[in-house]
Design a protein around this ligand. Structure first.
Ligand SMILES: *Cc1c(COP(=O)(O)O)cnc(C)c1O
Length: 424
């Protein structure tokens, strides 16, 4: 269903209560929404007994959120040493951890191996690097595939529904390297293999995963035939998107699950590979809409344009500044007023790209208004930084019973100074 507005998962009343205890800005997450998203995903892939979602930690590296996802049966996808440590601290064990990194330092591989994580190699040369680093090749190993070229889907008059450029991306093995790599890994002791690929980001299409699955399933059947390697799992990685703009249609995860099922029946079952497990590494889809940035209007400025100045800035949410990404804004309590004003909604960084919205039609805003910036639950807080000495905000969880829990305190100046050396 399409709608022209977006409804926050929190009300003005609730926010007024929350801000009595926790000052703005902060990121707020919706426990109910997170659990429901995880349950729907699991149900959509229930036809595959080995299915598992490995939540992409980089999207929201927050312990309470990771633990909540673990309760819903999810594993984690890590890309660095600290994400591995975080996952270990959150009680993820062994094959509940996927390690998909690139340009990997030796110590990261050492910890991944020690934790018993599934290692997903990004490059052919990492086969020998891993062997040299940890002394052996794990029995279960995965390789990331990059088919090159341009990936296109769903052509219409408005262009392609999905278009991305794997040939330009730094990740993964070529097809030839993958065949050679599997043979080499098998000779070095690997017994169970996985294939991973990430071809397009933030796709708003129920066809992306099925199309990717079709490519990977055919590749898997060929790989098994030609190399004799046992393919244990196929990892569709991330890339299922969310509608950041009102009016955009949501992905239907059940249609996506069914689409992958169809490809599974078409390719893998006839190849005698009906026992292959399907993995996903969704980040944005799991958390994006289940988090928002709550911020207050500090100032107004009228020069050549009309500016609304917030207590949040791009250091709290950098997607608009970095990619020109759209994030919907709700002026709390003014949902029913006409959007008859045009504003640039800006933060206080000394960077002119610190704009959450440019020429956005909104209701008349007053100083002190609370704004909800939608869909900040993934790649929001986590991309935060300290430019201009700005401090990272708190993260709060709106529990299913309506109460609020602080799940990360805001940074203080002491945190900012903690790494500095003052002695000349
Ligand atoms: C970023 C990333 C993901 C998650 O991507 P989303 O777009 O958030 O779904 C999954 N796997 C890998 C390897 C990634 O780098």
């Amino acid at each position: 269903m399409q709608e022209q507005t977006k409804t926050p998962f929190v009300t003005l009343d609730q926010l007024q209560n929350i801000t009595k205890q926790y000052p703005t800005p902060f990121h707020l997450y919706d426990e109910k929404g997170i659990r429901q998203t995880a349950r729907d995903l699991k149900a959509a892939f229930a036809w595959n007994p080995g299915f598992k979602e490995y939540f992409a930690v980089k999207a929201t590296p927050t312990p309470v959120i990771l633990k909540l996802l673990r309760e819903e049966g999810c594993g984690v996808d890590c890309s660095s040493l600290t994400e591995l440590i975080l996952s270990d601290k959150c009680s993820f064990e062994g094959h509940e951890i996927m390690f998909s990194s690139n340009e990997t330092p030796a110590e990261d591989y050492r910890l991944a191996a020690k934790l018993g994580a599934v290692i997903n190699l990004d490059d052919f040369t990492h086969i020998d690097f891993l062997k040299e680093t940890i002394g052996y090749i794990p029995e279960t190993i995965s390789c990331r595939f990059n088919p090159g070229g341009v990936f296109r889907l769903g052509e219409s008059n408005e262009g392609f529904q999905v278009m991305d450029n794997p040939g330009d991306s730094k990740y993964g093995f070529t097809r030839e390297q993958l065949f050679e790599g599997f043979k080499k890994l098998k000779a070095m002791g690997a017994k169970h293999f996985g294939i991973h690929a990430f071809l397009a980001s933030n796709t708003l299409s129920n066809d992306y995963y099925p199309a990717l699955a079709g490519i990977l399933f055919e590749l898997a059947a060929e790989l098994e035939r030609e190399t004799g390697c046992d393919i244990a799992f196929i990892n569709l990685s991330g890339g299922v998107g969310i509608p950041y703009r009102p009016g955009q249609a949501k992905n239907d995860i059940f249609a996506i699950g069914e689409g992958v099922h169809r490809e599974f029946e078409r390719v893998l079952v006839p190849a005698g590979m009906g026992d292959v497990a399907i993995f996903t590494e969704l980040g944005r889809y799991m958390l994006g809409p289940n988090g928002c940035l709550v911020t207050k209007v500090l100032h107004f400025k009228h020069t050549y344009k009309e500016y609304v100045g917030l207590d949040a800035c791009a250091a709290n949410l950098m997607r608009p500044a970095m990619y020109g990404a759209y994030h919907h804004i709700t002026v709390m309590g003014k949902e029913d007023r006409p959007c008859d004003h045009v504003y640039d909604v800006v933060g206080g960084l000394c960077e002119n790209n610190d704009k959450f919205a440019i020429d956005r039609e909104l209701p008349e805003i007053e100083i002190g208004d609370l704004l909800v910036i939608h869909d900040s639950g993934a790649h929001g807080f986590s991309m935060g930084y300290n430019y201009n000495g700005k401090l990272r905000s708190a993260e709060l969880l709106l529990r299913e019973d309506g109460s609020v829990k602080l799940i990360r305190r805001a940074e203080t100046p002491e945190d900012y100074f903690a790494t500095m050396v003052f002695e000349p």
